[in-house]
Design a protein around this ligand. Structure first.
Ligand code: BJW
Length: 235
């Protein structure tokens, strides 16, 4: 039995990390094109960095929730398991997930704009804004902005997992951003079962096998407990 999980910002909502869209979402307060594009960074690196530095501070003060912990338990229990996340917050890793395919990068890695070298950095607050590499060039957040390509190896691994999955759990994503949003369709095309966990219906809800409505920190642990005691989960 091959199991995969695709997560989005909603999985971290109950930890206190703001989502992007919807009520209270980051894009309600900030214009995406001012902050999450390479053009925005070229125009005003300090402004973009102030936003990311603020988000690092918010996330550093948050703790993983029961949904993150349940997903980490799934990895231990299922021999063929893949976690794919769109999140950059690092909460899956802090909850104990060992192998995480991070489609959109990480808030905790910085990348040299000249040499492409990546450095892990957990400094909160950052000592200098915008931070610079030892070579003198600007460092940028190692995240994937709109119009940028995702790491090929990561997308390929995610697509392989979606194709192989007998069961894909889609947790807390509006599924509006491609290519991540296509993964559930790949699983469905290959006759895998897709179960969505969200506080509200999304466009995906019309296609998936089941949508479980409610906060993921409640619905996912409950679903997992029931699944484990079912014949399918025991088998
Ligand atoms: C709960 C809950 C609870 C709440 N429990 N649930 C036209 C022009 C240019 C590009 C495009 C275009 N049309 C399409 C594109 C492609 C573009 C795209 O998809 N755009 C769409 C917005 C239209 N994609 C890209 O550009 C990607 N690259 C690419 O395709 O390269 C090829 C290419 C190159 C050039 C041109 C075209 C193609 C890159 C996408 C990068 C996305 N980056 C961001 C920012 C990352 C860094 C950062 O964090 O700052 O990633 S955007 C943002 O959205 C972030 C997220 O990972 C991503 C997905 O959001 P997510 O996770 O779904 O969050 P929300 O807030 O949308 O949803 C939360 C959900 O949780 C909701 O459903 C709630 O109901 C739910 N929820 N509480 C359970 N307690």
């Amino acid at each position: 039995m091959s199991v995969a999980v695709l997560t989005g910002a909603g999985v971290s909502a109950e930890s206190g990390v703001p989502t992007f869209r919807g009520a209270g979402g980051l894009w309600r307060q900030f214009r995406a094109e001012d902050l999450a594009t390479a053009d925005a960074f070229r125009r005003d690196p300090r402004l973009v960095w102030e936003w990311y530095a603020w988000r690092r501070e918010v996330v550093a003060a948050c703790q993983p929730n029961a949904a993150h912990r349940t997903i980490a338990q799934m990895e231990q229990a299922a021999p063929d398991f893949t976690l794919v996340t769109q999140n950059v917050d690092g909460l899956h890793e802090r909850a104990g997930s060992r192998h995480v395919l991070r489609l959109h990068g990480s808030l905790w890695t910085l990348r040299c704009t000249r040499e492409g070298i990546r450095v892990e950095n957990h400094e909160v607050p950052l000592a200098a804004l915008p931070p610079r590499c030892a070579c003198g060039a600007l460092l940028r957040p190692d995240v994937v902005w709109f119009g940028e390509s995702l790491e090929l190896d990561t997308v390929t691994a995610a697509l392989t997992a979606a194709r192989r999955a007998d069961l894909l759990l889609v947790v807390g994503t509006s599924a509006l951003v491609t290519p991540a949003a296509n993964l559930p369709l790949v699983t469905l095309e290959h006759r895998g079962r897709v179960v969505e966990f969200n506080v509200e219906r999304t466009w995906l809800s019309d296609y998936v096998d089941e949508t479980i409505l409610g906060p993921a920190a409640e619905t996912l642990p409950q679903w997992w407990a029931e699944y484990q005691s079912s014949p399918q989960g025991r088998g």
